[in-house]
Design a protein around this ligand. Structure first.
Ligand SMILES: Cc1ncc(COP(=O)(O)O)c(C=O)c1O
Length: 368
């Protein structure tokens, strides 16, 4: 059994993909070739958003909008400590300060009451200027954007949706990619829509912002590629990766349905799963369960591994307790729910091609 099976998927798209690779070898436009623009159009269409701007990774997709707004030293950007490190890293890279907010125990996403409280505290302390919020759609479940957007409006903050894991998800039929000022996704191979290397995309309905994002992606250049107008970076997607994504996009909705079915099968026998609110559709990037304690979690991992069932812990360390972020001076106990989750969570195999028999086996071992 595989935790993630990219081989079966590859077999389905291999022929048309080879045709696309061959076309790229012929035309030679390896970076920002026609496949990249074709992909951007299809991604924008898929999400129902005006601009989809491809880039080199999910990390750069988060970084570029923060750069566009000039976020830097003295600025506070609010996010959660229970996410992949890239979410907080981009804030720190710009010299701004990640200000953490704990998550809900049910959805594992940013707690909106705590968010508003933290914003108020930051304002009254007067040391940092609140600038932006990066909510994370953990494991594929969107955060509470209606509430988050209201809070952002009230305190004049930007919102970057970290949709690295949630491409394809939606709230009340509104697709991820359309929430906040900007959304950022990742096409890392393990993501619901992944390429065969690094890749990402930024989504926005704001025309002026889209132009700035595009410029930053290519060293801050617009019409003259040797004349930088603003500080940018090498954040381009290459044509081979775009070709992979174009072919994977043709089977993406079908794969989302398959993930949904697997999710349903797991949930029919498990009640210790991430909560998905009504009207929310997850992309089911990962299927995570929580146990009563760290000891129980570790015993469960051993039991599954003894039966050759691959499992992974996302995330073993909340960011505020990572050594790289020690300079922020957070302590153990500051974010009780994130800390608890990091001790009692584990992710089970999840991919569109997981068989019913495999799921039954996982469930049987879990119930032992
Ligand atoms: C929540 C989250 N944010 C950001 C990223 C960064 O994406 P990438 O690995 O494409 O840079 C990831 C990828 O794992 C992620 O899971």
């Amino acid at each position: 059994m595989e935790f993630l099976d990219l081989k079966t998927q590859q077999n389905r798209i291999r022929k048309p993909l080879e045709k696309r690779f061959s076309a790229i070898l012929d035309h030679g436009g390896y970076i920002m070739g026609p496949e990249v623009y074709e992909l951007e159009e299809k991604l924008a269409d898929y999400c129902g958003v005006k601009h989809a701007i491809s880039c080199s990774s999910g990390t750069d997709a988060l970084l570029i909008p923060l750069m566009a707004w000039g976020i830097g030293p003295g600025d506070a950007v609010f996010t959660t400590p229970f996410t992949y490190v890239a979410t907080a890293e981009v804030i720190a890279l710009l010299g701004a300060t990640p200000v953490f907010v704990d998550v809900y125990e049910s959805t594992f996403n940013i707690d909106c009451e705590k968010l508003e409280l933290t914003i108020k505290n930051t304002i009254s302390e007067g040391k940092l200027r609140p600038k932006a919020i990066i909510p994370v759609d953990l494991f594929g479940v969107p955060a509470r954007y209606r509430l988050i957007e209201d809070i952002a409006k009230k305190y004049d903050l930007k919102v970057v949706e970290d949709a690295a894991q949630s491409f394809g998800a939606s709230i009340r039929n509104q697709k991820v990619g359309t929430f906040g000022d900007v959304a950022a996704t990742s096409f890392y191979p393990a993501k619901p829509l992944g390429c065969y290397g690094d890749g990402g995309a930024i989504f926005t309905n704001n025309d002026d912002l889209a132009e700035i994002l595009k410029a930053i992606r290519i060293h801050g250049t617009t019409s003259d590629k040797y004349n930088s107008e603003i500080i940018g970076l090498n954040g381009r997607l290459d044509s081979m990766q775009a070709a992979v994504l174009l072919e994977k996009l043709t089977i993406f909705d079908e794969e989302l349905d398959l993930r949904q079915k697997i999710n349903n099968q797991y949930r029919s026998r498990l009640n210790n799963c991430q909560y998905i609110p009504n009207d929310y559709i997850s992309s089911h990037a990962l299927f995570s369960i929580f146990l009563d304690s760290e000891e129980e979690r570790n015993k469960t991992i051993d039991k599954l591994k003894e039966n050759s069932i691959p499992v992974v812990v996302y995330y073993k360390y909340p960011i505020h307790l990572m050594q790289g972020f020690a300079y922020l001076d957070y302590q153990e106990g500051d974010f009780a729910i994130s800390e608890k989750l990091s001790k009692n969570i584990l992710s089970l195999p999840m991919h569109p091609y997981l068989s019913s028999e495999d799921i039954k086996l996982v469930l049987k071992i879990l119930e032992k």
